[in-house]
Design a protein around this ligand. Structure first.
Ligand code: URP
Ligand code: ZN
Ligand code: ZN
Length: 460
């Protein structure tokens, strides 16, 4: 049955206007001042914004990491994402040295199929570069629709790659039009600092942050930018947390290089002091890169406002406090890195960004949805509200308040890093390709309804 969303204020990255919207099947069929369609289901959106569905370009669902596996899988993670206003995610497909890439991709498809309630794509992690990988990459990018390649510059002896692998990835990506993503921290220096801290008997969560200072992020970001320039390629820096890294990205962009950056809600709203919470609670706030001194938050907001950074990913990588984060009680290096953010990314950025006057409402849509759609080859199918686009829509009431809590969130994890924070505005209903996933704050979706997104190469 056709649906008409009536009386809402449609907001895109460029426009804000009151109009009705007709959905036929999976697509937006018409947008007009007033639509009265006989037989269509009418959805009242008076007083609400109608946003394009959020696109989360950075998630880790059902991922083995740090001696354990993330608490959220593709079912619980995408369900929570939908509650929070996100209708597409791009998850990281891990690979292993010496193993066929196809095997890794098949594994990731198996994790998602039959479980995802919203659409999903994959980024491919690069763990080695040899003839075998080079042979397979064209198929991965052009046929599988996995058009972004991730290189870790940190996590020594786990995921970390040497610069030659990053450089070869950049060269191959240029040829294929793929986007190279980096986790930019200097893993060798971190390894040295960590060994020193442990030798000095410093085992508490705060040492996770103190052994990964902003300089190691700034240095690695600058190195990745330099190699991108040398390769004449394209780079997307994930989870930027500090001024040192923003400066490198801004400088590169000023010189005309194809370099983009993402930050995450935790770096915008939390700071390093959280790692010092008593009773080992600091472990809940262990991310890499770590939370920073408070002044970095202003730098990141300005970078989003001025276009030096383009997107916000959740870096969803949830571990329970009980039984998972606790693995590092006596040694901060054993705390699994990551946190649950997929659900609150949209609301925290709206509330702290738009409501607090740090970014405009159009900028909000751009960084929460549109830019990710463009960078990751989904635009204009996703990331905007236009005739012919997928009807991935969020009906959002800006007048209400919500207090974030693990007691009411939908992620499969026993804490929320934003516990007790009041956000302005709330997601009321969410449609994915024309079907309700969330209706009046109730889940009405179905595991398996989410489709794999065979993405195009980036377009900016
Ligand atoms: O601490 C983090 N960020 N965990 C997820 C893995 C990564 O580095 O993105
Ligand atoms: Zn990372
Ligand atoms: Zn990540």
């Amino acid at each position: 049955m056709s649906k008409v969303i009536k009386g809402g204020t449609i907001v895109t990255a460029t426009d804000k206007y009151q109009a009705d919207l007709l959905i036929e099947g999976e697509k937006i069929m018409s947008i007009a001042k007033q639509l009265d369609i006989p037989g269509a289901e009418v959805i009242d959106a008076a007083g609400c914004y109608v946003f394009p569905g959020g696109i989360d370009p950075h998630t880790h669902l059902d991922m083995p990491f740090g001696g354990t596996t993330t608490a959220d899988d593709f079912e619980t993670g995408t369900r929570a994402a939908a509650f929070g206003g996100t209708t597409s995610i791009v998850d990281f497909c891990l690979t292993s040295k010496g193993k066929p890439i196809k095997e890794a991709i098949d594994t990731w498809h198996a994790k998602a199929e039959g479980k995802a309630v919203i659409d999903y794509g994959f980024h491919l992690m690069i763990s080695e570069m040899n003839e075998h990988v080079i042979d397979q990459l064209p198929k991965v990018v052009q046929e599988e629709g996995i058009t972004s390649l991730k290189v870790f510059m940190a996590y020594k002896n786990v995921f970390q790659c040497d610069d030659d692998i990053l450089y070869q990835t950049l060269l191959k990506a240029r040829e294929l039009g793929a986007l190279v993503q980096v986790h930019a921290e200097n893993g060798d220096v971190i390894d040295y600092l960590v060994k020193q801290a442990l030798a000095d008997g410093n085992t508490a969560p705060i040492y996770h942050a103190l052994t990964r200072p902003p300089e190691v992020e700034g240095e690695a970001t600058g190195r990745a930018v330099a190699l991108t320039a040398l390769a004449n390629s394209q780079l997307y820096v994930v989870h930027v947390s500090c001024e040192e890294a923003v400066e490198k990205i801004a400088e590169a962009r000023k010189k005309g290089f194809q370099v983009w950056g993402e930050t995450c809600p935790q770096y915008l709203a939390l700071d390093i002091s959280y790692l010092e919470k008593p009773d080992f609670e600091g472990a809940k706030y262990v991310w890499s890169p770590p939370l920073r001194a408070k002044y970095h938050q202003d730098v990141l907001w300005s970078a989003l406002k001025n276009g030096h950074l383009q997107t916000i990913g959740s870096d969803q990588c949830s571990f329970n406090f009980k039984g998972q984060k606790e693995l590092g009680r006596d040694d901060f290096t054993k705390i699994p890195n990551g946190g649950p953010l997929i659900e609150d990314r949209f609301s925290v950025v709206y509330s702290e960004g738009v409501h607090q006057g740090r970014i405009s409402i159009n900028q909000f849509v751009d960084i929460i949805s549109t830019k990710a759609a463009k960078l990751f080859g989904m635009f204009p199918q996703k990331g905007t509200i236009a005739v012919g686009s997928d009807a991935d829509l969020v009906i959002f009431d800006p007048t209400v308040e919500r207090t974030i809590s693990a007691a009411t969130h939908h992620m499969n994890v026993d804490y929320n890093p934003f516990e007790g924070m009041t956000v302005h505005g709330d997601v009321i209903s969410v449609l994915s390709r024309g079907e309700f996933v969330i209706r009046e704050k109730q889940f009405v979706g179905r595991p398996g309804n989410g489709k794999f997104l065979r993405r195009n190469t980036y377009s900016m």
